[in-house]
Design a protein. Structure first.
Length: 231
């Protein structure tokens, strides 16, 4: 498989899923402004949508749209339990979270990255995001992760949204309702703030500093003993 990505973009979510799944893959960096690959090839010819993420399968098929890609990755690594079984009640709950994150968080962030949008308009979207994060915080009460005790691809997607909140300086506390998720995100941020993780952190933290994406993958390391596989 081949993941077309741009550093800091939502393509980080499927990259996280691939790391968790332990599946073999290659990364292809995309200049989203120029719509060019690193070798100069036209990205429009790869993905007519002109967007990342895009996942090229070994069959030659191209899969787009992040929530679809991460579910497909999870289904190709069923032993990693990154998504509940198809047609189960839990799977529909995963779909509910993925739809919430992509419509209520992801799309509300988009205007904040546009320099031409006035500050008062951005404030409107920040207020919307604050309300959405408060909802997530309430839903996490008594849970380790969005689906309960088991980490899923939805948590990886949420991590990307939380990273974006830091990028736009959106004053939003980490989710307080879930101890493990809160501790995990806190550790991820500590890893992202230093290029020389302390000896108390896992070796995964140290390996993450050599990440191929070179931005938020630097923060993506399981400081609580989880093995993400190849970075």
């Amino acid at each position: 498989m081949k993941l077309y990505y741009s550093p800091g973009a939502c393509s980080l979510s499927p990259h996280i899923a691939l790391l968790e799944a332990g599946l073999p893959y290659d990364l292809v960096k995309v200049d989203l402004r120029a719509k060019k690959l690193e070798n100069g090839d036209d990205f429009w010819a790869v993905n007519p949508k002109g967007q990342v993420p895009a996942l090229a399968l070994d069959s030659g098929e191209l899969v787009t749209e992040g929530p679809v890609i991460i579910q497909m990755i999870a289904d190709h690594a069923k032993d990693k339990n990154l998504a509940p079984a198809r047609d189960s009640a839990e799977r529909y709950k995963l779909l509910e979270w993925l739809n919430f994150i992509t419509t209520e968080l992801h799309k509300n962030f988009s205007p904040l990255f546009q320099p031409a949008i006035p500050d008062d308009v951005k404030t409107f979207f920040k207020d919307r995001l604050t309300a959405k994060f408060k909802y997530i915080d309430g839903q996490l009460a008594g849970r380790d992760y969005l689906l309960g005790k088991q980490f899923s691809v939805a948590d990886g997607y949420l991590f990307v949204m939380l990273s974006w909140a830091e990028r736009v300086k959106h004053e939003r506390p980490l989710p307080s309702g879930a101890g493990r998720l809160n501790a995990r995100l806190t550790d991820l941020r500590e890893c992202s703030r230093t290029s020389a993780p302390s000896s108390s952190r896992s070796k995964n933290c140290e390996r993450s500093s050599t990440s191929k994406e070179g931005l938020y993958e630097n923060a993506y390391c399981w400081c609580i003993g989880r093995n993400p596989g190849r970075l």
